[in-house]
Design a protein around this ligand. Sequence first.
Ligand code: SF4
Ligand code: SF4
Length: 97
Amino acid sequence: MADIVEANQEKCSKCGLCCKTILIGLKGLDPEDVKYWGTLGHIVGDMCIVGLRCKQLKLDRCEVYEERPLKCRNFEVDGKACKLLRHVSGYDEGVQP
Ligand code: SF4
Ligand code: SF4
């Protein structure tokens, strides 16, 4: 278990994509809204990835890590959204975000 936590920390410390983007679910949205989101970010399937750096991210470290919001705590390393961000950004192919 400790090994998994360590491996995840290592992976996240080299990535940080989920602190530099927001994911917008497009399912059920009006086509005009989908078009609008497409002008702001990258549409992948029924998601739109928009670049937006969190204000708490300083020098690629979370300044409020111990008190970070629940959304951040619950963001699953290697979960669907994590994999999507890494795939689209090229992180998994060695591109640094
Ligand atoms: S996108 Fe995934 S690997 Fe990257 S920092 Fe977030 S949880 Fe970690
Ligand atoms: S609060 Fe911290 S963990 Fe959450 S998005 Fe901002 S920098 Fe990332």
